[in-house]
Each structure stands twice: as structure tokens, then as C-alpha cells.
Design a protein around this ligand. Structure first.
Ligand SMILES: Cc1cc2nc3c(=O)[nH]c(=O)nc-3n(C[C@H](O)[C@H](O)[C@H](O)COP(=O)(O)OP(=O)(O)OC[C@H]3O[C@@H](n4cnc5c(N)ncnc54)[C@H](O)[C@@H]3O)c2cc1C
Length: 306
């Protein structure tokens, strides 16, 4: 069997775009995608602010791009990457109990939702605590929920919840929202949505399911219990980079430092999408990163073969 030119870790937008590009360049491409064509955008009902995309959902785009990568010749393995190490001019990838030898690696494992870290959050996850408005919104039709956060994801997901007739209050720690203006304007224009600023959810309470949240007014330093059926948490995203731990390629936030060609300081290791340092965190930038990373891996293999 031919040796593997590139292993792409992650089957989100960055990974699929990298796989599509690498396969089209004629590289023997293996994509490790434990969840298939999933990723942060896969559950989003309408992709916003993406140049050239109108009325396209994440659950349409992600499988389409994934299928393009497969059609171009990518081999997909449903395995999670666990670690990588160097062996001469090759990389050894540990995944699912096996070791895969490859000439280059593209890291595209993205991010996972950050947790609030308050009592009750873990216990009620899946029983009222959620990170997905399009998946769980219909279950809360006509009910009261709180959305925690004030950035793009929190406000975009609040608008999705409203489209499912969910009654909601956005609880924001700061004095104002930090989301892009278009989301703020639309959210504030919806008189049915309430907002609490300088406020924090400090505990999630209930018996079988969520029944209340305890909210701290940080100016007054008082708390009150608010009855709700759900808590939607959008307080940032953590990069999935534990498998890169010993390679000294991460910044202080745990993201991979790359140059403009998406190359890390380790030869033959590239990164793309939300996992990389200074990523703008957009769908189109993730895809563009994937294209750049695969093209750079191709150039790297050509140069190292000379
Ligand atoms: C709620 C929400 C709404 C958004 N809305 C928009 C929007 O409207 N417009 C826009 O432009 N952007 C939006 N974004 C941002 C956009 O979704 C991301 O920038 C983009 O999806 C990042 O793609 P990625 O491939 O880098 O990472 P991800 O999409 O996170 O994909 C990472 C992939 O890696 C896989 N993975 C994880 N661990 C491993 C492992 N150990 N081994 C192998 N694979 C692994 C995961 O299963 C996943 O498939 C939104 C994000 C969120 C959270």
C-alpha cells in the first residue's frame, strides 16, 4: 500500500476543506473523523456573515463538504486522534489503538463548548442544560429558558430559540453584549427577549430536570432564584489540543501557533480552523485555513522529497 501523505485530524469544515484540497492535489489523504461530518457548525440553522452563503444551514454545508472530500479520494476513518510523535521525517499518529505512519499532519480538531463550571451544570447536562439551540430548541417551545453568554454564539442561538417560540432571558456577565452589531440589533429589536447584564448564573437547580437557576447580580451582590426549564450555555470554546501537548506548538490559550501558510514550528505539522492561534472563528476562515494547510503540506512534501 502507498504510504500516507497526510493525516487530517478532524472532520469539521477545516478538516474537510483540507482533505478535499489534499486529495485533489493527488496526496494520499486519510481523515480521522470520529463523529463523521460534524463540527461546531453542523447544528447551526442558518450560517450568518459567511461571504457568498445565503440561506444555507450548517447541517447542509458540513455533509456536502465532507462528501466532496470523500469523492476527491479522501479515506475517512472514524477514529479520534490521541497523540502524535516524530520518527525521523515521518509522523506516528496514535488513534483507536493503532499507529498510523504519515509524512505530514493537519490538525483540525476545532473546539468544544467551554463549561460554566457551576454546581448543577454537569448533573443536568441533557436534562435541561444544552449547547445546541437547533437540536433542543423545539423541546422548549413555550417554556422559559436562560441563555448564558453575550457573544456571537449566545445571540445567534438566542434568535434560533426564538424561532422555536422559546421564551428566553439572556444572562450576560458584562455590562453589554460583545456580539457583532447585527446580532445585537436583532436581539434588542425582539421585545419578547429579556436581558440581564452584570449577572451570572451561579447554580443550576432541580430534581429530575432543571427547574431553577440562581442568578447573581454582581453589582448589588445579591442572588435570586428564577424558574426555568432550560439553560443554554455559550461562554466560549476550548481548543481540542490535548493530543498535541508535548510538542511545544501551543500559545497561552492552548491554540496552535502557525505562520501565514498554516505551518507550525514542527516540520510537517500544520493546523487549520478554530484550533489555530488568532483564528477569527468563522466558517469561511476555517475552510480557507484548510485549503492553505493542505496546499502547504503538499509544498512541504515536494520540497522534502527533492
Ligand atoms: C453555535 C455556533 C454558531 C456559529 N455560527 C456561525 C455562523 O453563522 N457563521 C460563521 O461563519 N461561523 C459560525 N460559527 C463558527 C464556525 O462554526 C467555526 O468557525 C467552524 O465550524 C470551525 O471549524 P473547524 O473545522 O475548525 O472546527 P470544528 O467545526 O469544531 O470541527 C472539529 C472537528 O474535529 C473533530 N474532533 C474533535 N476531537 C477529535 C480527535 N481527537 N480526533 C479527530 N477528530 C476530532 C470533531 O468531531 C469535529 O468534527 C459558529 C459556531 C458556533 C459554536
Amino acid at each position: 500500500m502507498d504510504e500516507i501523505d497526510v493525516v487530517i485530524a478532524g472532520g469539521g469544515l477545516a478538516g474537510s476543506a483540507a482533505a478535499l484540497t489534499a486529495a485533489r492535489l493527488g496526496m494520499r489523504t486519510v481523515m480521522l473523523a470520529p463523529e463523521g461530518p460534524m463540527g461546531a457548525l453542523a447544528v447551526v440553522e442558518e450560517i450568518e456573515g459567511a461571504p457568498g452563503f445565503e440561506n444555507v444551514s450548517g447541517y447542509e454545508l458540513c455533509p456536502t463538504l465532507h462528501a466532496q472530500a470523500v469523492d476527491a479520494g479522501t479515506e475517512v476513518r472514524p477514529l479520534a486522534i490521541e497523540a502524535i510523535s516524530r520518527a525521523g521525517d515521518r509522523w506516528l499518529v496514535s488513534a483507536g489503538g493503532a499507529t498510523i505512519e504519515t509524512r505530514s499532519v493537519v490538525a483540525a480538531t476545532g473546539t468544544t463548548p467551554a463549561r460554566l463550571g457551576v454546581p448543577g451544570e454537569a448533573a443536568f447536562t441533557g436534562r435541561g442544560v444544552s449547547n445546541c439551540a437547533s437540536c433542543d430548541g423545539p423541546l422548549f417551545r413555550g417554556m422559559e429558558v436562560v441563555v448564558v453568554g453575550g457573544g456571537d454564539s449566545a445571540l445567534q442561538e438566542s434568535l434560533t430559540l426564538r424561532s422555536h417560540q422559546v421564551k428566553l432571558t439572556v444572562v450576560q456577565q458584562l455590562a453589554a453584549f460583545t456580539a457583532q452589531e447585527s446580532f445585537v440589533t436583532r436581539l434588542l429589536a425582539d421585545r419578547t427577549i429579556s436581558a440581564m447584564f452584570k449577572s451570572e448564573v451561579v447554580e443550576i437547580l432541580g430534581e429530575e430536570r432543571v427547574s431553577w437557576v440562581r442568578i447573581l447580580d454582581s453589582a448589588a451582590q445579591t442572588t435570586r432564584d428564577v424558574p426555568v426549564a432550560g439553560v443554554f450555555v455559550y461562554v466560549g470554546r476550548d481548543p481540542v489540543t490535548d493530543w498535541l501537548g508535548t510538542l511545544d506548538v501551543l500559545d497561552e490559550d492552548g491554540r496552535v501557533v502557525v505562520d501565514a501558510s498554516m505551518a507550525s514550528k514542527q516540520r510537517g505539522l500544520f493546523a487549520a480552523g478554530d484550533i489555530r492561534s488568532a483564528s477569527p472563528g468563522h466558517a469561511t476562515s476555517a475552510m480557507g485555513d484548510g485549503v492553505s494547510a493542505a496546499t502547504s503540506a503538499f509544498q512541504y512534501l515536494k520540497t522534502s522529497a527533492d
